[in-house]
Ligand binder design. Structure first.
Ligand code: FE
Length: 328
C-alpha cells in the first residue's frame, strides 16, 4: 500500500510540468528558438502571445487577476516605462540580473530589465559622404546637410527616446533648436527605418538616423549597398544613443519563481548571444561579445550616463518638443 501511494505521488509529480506565459511585442521568429532553448534547459514550458506593445499592456490590464501573462517583453525603454506606468509590472529582486544588466539599461525600481542593446545612430551614403564629414547628432542640423537628411516619423517611440536623451543632455530649449534645425534640413520623413536606409542607399538623401539592426538586416540581404553606420558624439561628447529590448514580470503572475528564472536565464551568456545575434543586436551583458558581423561595424562609446528609465519620464516633453519643432 505504502509502495502504491509512493508511485502515485511520483507519477503525479512527473505529470505536472511547470509552465510560463510570455506576452511579447517581439516578432515570433526572433523569440521562438530562444524560448525553445529555455524549455530544453529548464524543462519549464513557455507559452507565448504576440501583439503590439500597447495592445498587450491593455489586455493584461483587462484580464486583471486572471491574466495568464507572467512576463511582458517588448522593445524600447519608452514602452517598458509605459508598462510600468500602467501598473502591470512588479519589482524583481535578483542578484543575477543586478550583476548581468548594467544599471543604466534597467528600471531604477527593477520593474524591467534591458536584455538586448541597439544603437540609434547615423547612416550615410558612402558615395556622397566621407566619415570625416560627420561628427555629431547635433551637427546634422548644420547648413551643409540642407535637404540631405532623411528621418523616420516623430511618432515612433525610438525617436521620442532619442529626443528624451537630448533633453536630458542639453535641456528643453537647446534640444528644440537641434530638432528645428533637423527639420529645416529634412529631405523626407518616412514611416520606418528600413525606408530611411533605402533612401540613403539610393542617394535620395546623404544621411539618416536609424537603429543598427535594421542596417544589419538590409546589408545582410545586399552587401553591395553603398551605406555605412557612423558613430557620432565620440570625441568630448556623451556617446551614441542606445536603447534596449527588455522584459519585466507581470504583477498578477502566479508563476513568479519561474518568471524570475526566465529573466535571469535571458541575461546569462548563452542566452544573451542567441537573443542578440538573431536580430543583429548587442548583448547587454558585458561578458558577451556581439557576433562578428555586428562587430564589423566598428567599436563605439555609448551614452551610459543616460539612464534609460528617463526615456519614459521625459517622453511627454519629447513629444511636445517635436510638435513645436514641426517634426512630423
Ligand atoms: Fe524596431
Amino acid at each position: 500500500m505504502k509502495y502504491l501511494l509512493l508511485c502515485l505521488l511520483i507519477s503525479c509529480a512527473a505529470q505536472k510540468t511547470e509552465e510560463l506565459t510570455v506576452y511579447t511585442s517581439r516578432k515570433e521568429h526572433l523569440v521562438k528558438d530562444l524560448f525553445k532553448s529555455f524549455e530544453k534547459e529548464t524543462k519549464i514550458k513557455v507559452n507565448y502571445r504576440t501583439g503590439k506593445a500597447g495592445a498587450l499592456i491593455q489586455t493584461i490590464k483587462t484580464e486583471g487577476e486572471k491574466s495568464p501573462a507572467d512576463v511582458f517583453m517588448t522593445v524600447d525603454a519608452g514602452n517598458l516605462w509605459y508598462a510600468k506606468d500602467q501598473g502591470i509590472l512588479t519589482d524583481v529582486d535578483s542578484k543575477i540580473l543586478e550583476y548581468n544588466v548594467p544599471k543604466h539599461l534597467k528600471d531604477n525600481d527593477n520593474h524591467w530589465f534591458g536584455l538586448s542593446l541597439r544603437a540609434r545612430t547615423i547612416v550615410y551614403n558612402t558615395n556622397k559622404v566621407k566619415a570625416s564629414d560627420l561628427k555629431t547628432y547635433e551637427d546634422l542640423g548644420s547648413a551643409k546637410w540642407n535637404g540631405k537628411l532623411c528621418l523616420r516619423t516623430s511618432k515612433k517611440v525610438y525617436n521620442q527616446s532619442l529626443v528624451a536623451m537630448f533633453i536630458d543632455e542639453h535641456g528643453y530649449d537647446k534640444s528644440r533648436e537641434i530638432i528645428e534645425n533637423w527639420v529645416t534640413n529634412t529631405q523626407e520623413i518616412f514611416s520606418n527605418d528600413t525606408s530611411v536606409l533605402k533612401a540613403v542607399a539610393a542617394g535620395q538623401c546623404d544621411v539618416g538616423i536609424v537603429n543598427s539592426y535594421y542596417f544589419g538586416r538590409l546589408v545582410k540581404e545586399d552587401p553591395s549597398l553603398p551605406i555605412k553606420l557612423f558613430w557620432p558624439n565620440q570625441v568630448d561628447s556623451y556617446g551614441v544613443h542606445v536603447n534596449v529590448s527588455g522584459a519585466g514580470i507581470v504583477k498578477t503572475s502566479q508563476n513568479k519563481k519561474s518568471a524570475i528564472k526566465f529573466l535571469e536565464w535571458l541575461s546569462t551568456d548563452k542566452a544573451q548571444a542567441q537573443l542578440a545575434n538573431v536580430n543583429y543586436e548587442y548583448p547587454v551583458n558585458s561578458n558577451v561579445k556581439a557576433d562578428d558581423f555586428v562587430r564589423s561595424w566598428g567599436e563605439f562609446k555609448t551614452n551610459s550616463k543616460f539612464e534609460l528609465s528617463k526615456a519614459g519620464v521625459l517622453q511627454k516633453q519629447a513629444v511636445k518638443l517635436m510638435n513645436e519643432a514641426s517634426y512630423k
